[in-house]
Write a protein that binds this ligand. Sequence first.
Ligand code: ARG
Length: 571
Amino acid sequence: MNLYKYVSDKINEKLGFEVNLESPRNREFGDFATNAAMVMAKKAGKNPCELAGDIVDKLRELDFVADASIAGPGFINIKINDDFIWKNAIAPTPIKNEKPQIIDLDYGAYNVAKSLHIGHLRTSIVGDTFNRIARFLGHKTISYNHMGDWGRSMGIVIAWIKRLHPDWPFFSDNFDPNADYSSYAMPVEELDTYYPAGAALAKSDPEFMELAQKITADLQKGHPGYNALYNVFMPISLASMDNTIKQLNILPFDRNLGEKNAALYEEPVEKILRDRNLLQESDGAEIVVVKKDTDNAPMPPVMFHKSRGATPYDATDIMALYYRKITDNPDKVVYFTDSRQKLHFEQLFRVAELIDLFPIENLEHIGYGTINGADGKPFKTRDGNAAGLNDIIDMVRDAARARVQESGKTLDDETIDEIALAALKFNDLMHDLRSDYVFEPNSVTSFEGRTGPYILYTAVRLNSILNKVNDVDIKAETEYNMDVDERNLLVQIMDFERTIMTAFDKRATDIIANYAYDLCQLINTFYHNCPIMRDDVDDTTRAGRLHIVQIARDTLACAIDLMGLKIPSEM
Ligand code: ARG
């Protein structure tokens, strides 16, 4: 049950107006509080305490209210009946939504022939958790891995391969499009070196840059040799992305469709733009002006056709939106990228509005902050290089293994992987998504404090209690006298649904991570203060506590699943 919603609805109904209900962290004075009397008194020019007295009298008539009292200048505290809490506390289940939204989610968005770097961590983790939350709340989501698979980086990679192997058939005038070229496949580690090498050369060598640009345009126009070569390395990159997705325990994408797929919709999009006179010629390129008179900040035009005829990133994003409109017709499209792409999305959304594709309020860009090292600068590996995603995963795994060894435990590799994954993901989720944070492999793997391993450890502890008993022992009496620690835990559990809804509404995945941490704190206080299996515990108490353990485990497991973590069998 969503306790907050239940109580709030009943109170509003009883009083005949909407009150603003708060649930204080410290529940000493009540489970809920409201300043309704003070707000109303001010409006009506009345005495707040008198008004509060009338409200309190009415609230006391509600069967789930144990007590309502006035504090200070007219605050009202409301305490919920223990019996009501005991009977209504259950583990959460996915919600049947009467008004589900169709939401296109754009995250991950990996690039072909470029190894994943630290910047892809947050888009993957946060996007995936947001997807899971939306689905839990009954929305229909379609997740897109909008791959960078068609832009200039492809031209650079092909130009670099041409430099390495000028004699390969892809570059020959007598290229045979029907032959089998699979034997030209290279290991992904090698493939991933081409782009950085080519990009560096392009910077210093204008001729090479020109070649790369020409190749990009030709590839996009259908050049058979380049396309065959593209089809050789594309699956290598896809397989490596897939591997990362599995390692990170991210739900499979509903659509692995990137820039290349979007570019298929160039014609209809161009027609819309032309029909509305929105394409302007500028130095041989074609642009869309999105500046408004009311703009204070610079708002550059959107590039639609480059002077060399290639389709730029900006343009493919318009086409991708068009594709999503005609295939999914979503209520919302939500993008998760680094906050440095803020301007790009502002421009894109303006174009979408100009051509009546989507109202601007249905398009959202969630720009996240940077992951920094202890020095406050973007995180680097020990050798000073920009950190790759695999470096990060390895680092956290090593730190987790060291921790486990220190503690004298022996755990198998799978468990260590699960701990490392939790350390990495939880640490990412618990920070406010829009700000930067400092990443420190050693502290994120601690078994204590606000960490993923602490969350898992708490779940493992609950599981080990439940594994020792059978269902008959758990069956709780209908009447049960709760201790304060038991009660606090159940009230937190009854706040699960509201928490998830808030996380969804605010697009704030840190809310669920911090909820999970608070839940674990309450679970561990309960565990510490309320013995279960000890000989001096009577049967009724034991059954009641086991019942609490079970609901708590199911609730925590649900939160853990929404964060895309896995509970190890032992820890
Ligand atoms: N591939 C891009 C990158 O790695 C991110 C793409 C984000 N999604 C989009 N529809 N533009 O920076």
